[in-house]
Write a protein that binds this ligand. Structure first.
Ligand SMILES: Cc1cc2nc3c(=O)[nH]c(=O)nc-3n(C[C@H](O)[C@H](O)[C@H](O)COP(=O)(O)OP(=O)(O)OC[C@H]3O[C@@H](n4cnc5c(N)ncnc54)[C@H](O)[C@@H]3O)c2cc1C
Length: 290
């Protein structure tokens, strides 16, 4: 195996929630070859592994992760341009990608403003807002399968839907992607970015650690509105609290454990069901290993 390897690494250091016990091994591949070797190494030993991005949509259990975690770095953070197409590594942070596109006078990514994920995580989750999602922009994704073979999936194969894609269930590792953008006036792009940044700051509890929206929006009503009406704001289990600013955010107020968050999630699901007859499904991914 090549690249930095950390043993018994607390996942609380790698999730925006700041929660999660240790992973047996956290590997940082710097190149595609490193990634292939890491995948081979885990496969040959029948050790399960999970690729993560910025851990901004994850709740990792208190016992941690038995097996490997792969976090892409170096070559996977590269960004380049070919005309109006942006070529991005899966490990690049969305904030860097959005800034680079704006600098090049290319529009399309502004709707991702403030999403604290990487390109890889965004492609898998089809991250976005009501203004647009990354799936609208991906023309192709470069992938690596469990055997270390590379594949290209075009937009139609990626099966984008609301916060989901064909990648979610595929076990494919996203290596990078091509994003089709539109030329636009830089001033307009920056103005839109600022507008969306301010909107987010006014609505979301950005001073506290969280994993963003906990629940997917059911078809009937936005999850935040439903939970607010049901009186969920301020509900608390241990160090985990439903944000008083945004009812679909659970924030880590004081050394919350994954158990605290899971219990609070269950309470909110019961509340939504008994008050409105609506079953809420989680948007955050819960990685529990007991
Ligand atoms: C304050 C805050 C605000 C947020 N706002 C939004 C929002 O407006 N819209 C929105 O959609 N989301 C939002 N999120 C959630 C989150 O930022 C997004 O889902 C983001 O796309 C997750 O990216 P990540 O790199 O952190 O992925 P992670 O959380 O690390 O991983 C998410 C999933 O992607 C997989 N994955 C990650 N990288 C790869 C890869 N290279 N190959 C294969 N699989 C991979 C992981 O295995 C996991 O299944 C918010 C989160 C926070 C904390």
């Amino acid at each position: 195996m090549r690249g930095r390897v950390l043993l018994d690494e607390p996942m609380s250091r790698h999730t925006t929630f700041g929660i999660g016990g240790p992973a047996d091994a956290l590997v940082y591949p710097e190149t595609e070859e490193d990634l292939r070797r890491a995948i081979d190494w885990f496969r040959e030993r029948s050790i399960p592994f999970k690729v993560i991005g910025n851990g901004s949509n994850l709740l990792v259990g208190d016992p941690g992760i038995r097996g490997g975690v792969i976090k892409l770095t170096r070559a996977f953070k590269q960004i380049s341009f070919s005309g109006n197409t942006m070529l991005v590594g899966a490990g690049a942070k969305l904030a860097c990608v959005i800034a680079a596109a704006a600098e090049h006078g290319l529009s399309g990514l502004e709707s991702m403003m403030g999403i604290p994920g990487t390109v890889g995580g965004a492609l898998v989750m089809n991250a976005g807002t009501d203004v647009g999602t990354i799936g609208d922009l991906v023309s192709e994704a470069w992938l690596m399968n469990d055997s270390g073979e590379t594949r290209i999936w075009r937009d139609r194969e990626l099966g984008y839907g609301y916060r989901e894609s064909a990648l979610s269930e595929s076990r494919m590792v996203v290596v990078g992607a091509a994003l089709a953008l539109r030329p636009a006036d830089r001033v307009d792009i920056y103005a839109k970015m600022n507008r969306l940044r301010e909107k987010r700051a006014s609505r979301q509890p950005l001073r506290h650690r969280s994993a963003g929206s906990v629940f997917r929006n059911p078809p009937e009503i936005a999850a935040a509105k439903l939970l607010d009406r049901a009186g969920a704001k301020g509900m608390r289990v241990g160090g985990a609290e439903v944000s008083r600013k945004h009812a679909n955010f659970i924030v880590n107020r004081e050394h919350a454990t994954a158990r605290d968050v899971c219990e609070l999630i269950e309470q909110l699901q019961r509340l939504a069901l008994t008050t409105y007859g609506i079953a809420l499904r989680t948007e955050i991914e819960i990685l529990e290993d007991t």
